[in-house]
Write a protein that binds this ligand. Structure first.
Ligand SMILES: Cc1ncc(COP(=O)(O)O)c(C=O)c1O
Length: 389
């Protein structure tokens, strides 16, 4: 059997590789502290778990869901109105996805033919690359550099690329760099997309995890966004719902309808108890999400503070559940080697920045997905390691 060329493009994900190394370390008796995968360790609210449990006991929950529950789409539209003051038509402008990972993996297919150009950030969340690869797109990557606050500069996109490009995937607050885009960025992006006839997908997975009183909005809140774009939003981080797999694509109705059509050919919908409990999450009091954000903020402060006391100065992220750090100078720029050494010598797992694109070279990403105590222990171990070098 010959595997397709696609399989070369989709190397086994970085997180699977880290999981293997973690298993090996644990088998050797190492007390591993895993700050690699952004899997939230803050459980969902009681009412969410209870709804899943109750619904899962009903025989009628085990039919193919096929479609999104109308109540779920209404709850998502109401959430957009309440949270971002964006008007969404529940019927035509919302499509639920099996987690935004699935949505992003499929997001290019409604608009991209093989060979069409897709613009991605560098570094970026790996699912964006997967989406472009599945559509057999040509990929152009636009740098996110420290000197530009890790924002893309649209002037960095060559004119011929802009002419060819049919889709652009953008995400702020950004994983992995944690950058937050100012409102003016989105206005520029929309004007640019209109000028060059490029469809924009914005991933807003971290709008709820913003710190120090920051309120992050929606791309769809900007004039003209729905004409040229759509936004993905996830319940995974905001509501501790990652394993249940529920997210949304919201925005341009032609795009949403095409995505639905695509999905009607690839899956049979989302387990009904997951949809019902998703409604409960979307209708819950916002203070629960605020508490979750506050928990990540405390963890951030502990990690950054402990590193600073060991001489590793890192800018405080304003949002997301990650810390994006330039590796200390004495380690050069080889982030993969640095991560390997941390793993072997401290038992702390983090992700090399280059796993997110070549512009991530020399950086590491740490996910704030352990308790405050474990985060402090991780930082102390790393601090001792740095001192010993
Ligand atoms: C930027 C971004 N988008 C999407 C996802 C996928 O989230 P989910 O599939 O759980 O909705 C993640 C997960 O870490 C992410 O960081």
């Amino acid at each position: 059997m010959r595997l397709s060329s696609l399989m070369n493009d989709l190397s086994s994900g970085i997180f699977s590789q880290i999981a293997q190394e973690k298993a090996q370390l644990k088998a050797n008796g190492v007390d591993v502290i895993d700050l690699s995968v952004g899997t939230p360790n803050i459980p969902p609210m009681q009412c969410i778990k209870q709804t899943i449990a109750n619904e899962a006991m009903k025989d009628e929950s085990y039919v193919y869901a096929i479609d999104d529950l109308p109540e779920l789409k209404i709850a998502a539209a109401q959430w957009y109105k309440r949270r971002y003051d964006v008007d969404i038509d529940a019927q035509s402008e919302v499509c639920a996805v099996l987690g935004t990972q699935e949505g992003l993996a499929h997001c290019c297919l409604p608009v991209i033919d093989p060979g069409d150009t897709v613009i991605l950030q560098d570094p970026c969340y790996p699912a964006f690359f997967v989406g472009a690869a599945l559509a057999r797109a040509q990929i152009f990557r636009v740098s996110q550099r420290a000197e530009n606050g890790f924002l893309i500069d649209l002037n960095d996109i060559p004119k011929d690329v802009a002419r060819r490009a049919r889709l652009m995937i953008v995400s702020y607050p950004n994983n992995p760099t944690t950058a937050v885009a100012p409102p003016a960025f989105y206005d520029e992006l929309i004007a640019y997309a209109k000028k060059h006839d490029i469809f924009v997908i914005h991933d807003n997975a971290y709008s709820e995890l913003a710190f120090d009183g920051l309120r992050v909005g929606s791309f769809l809140n900007h004039e003209g966004a729905k004409d040229i774009g759509a936004e993905f939003n996830s319940l995974s981080k905001s509501y501790g719902y990652a394993g249940a797999r529920l997210g949304f694509c919201v925005g341009n109705s032609k795009y949403v309808s095409a995505l639905k059509q695509l999905k009607s050919n690839t899956d049979y919908g989302i387990f009904l108890p997951v949809q019902r409990a998703g409604i409960c999450a979307l209708q819950s009091d916002e203070c629960v999400v605020r508490e979750t954000a506050a928990a990540y903020e405390r963890r951030r402060d502990i990690l950054i503070g402990a590193f600073a006391s060991h001489g590793w100065q890192i800018d405080k992220p304003r949002a997301t559940m990650f810390v994006w750090a330039k590796i200390p100078e004495k380690f050069g720029t080889d982030d993969v080697k640095f991560v390997q050494r941390l793993m072997q010598e401290t038992g702390v797992l983090v992700v090399p920045g280059s796993a997110f694109g070549s512009c991530g070279h020399g950086y590491v990403r740490m996910a704030l997905v352990q308790s405050e105590q474990r985060i402090l222990t991780a930082a102390e171990r790393i601090g001792a390691f740095l001192k010993g070098q």
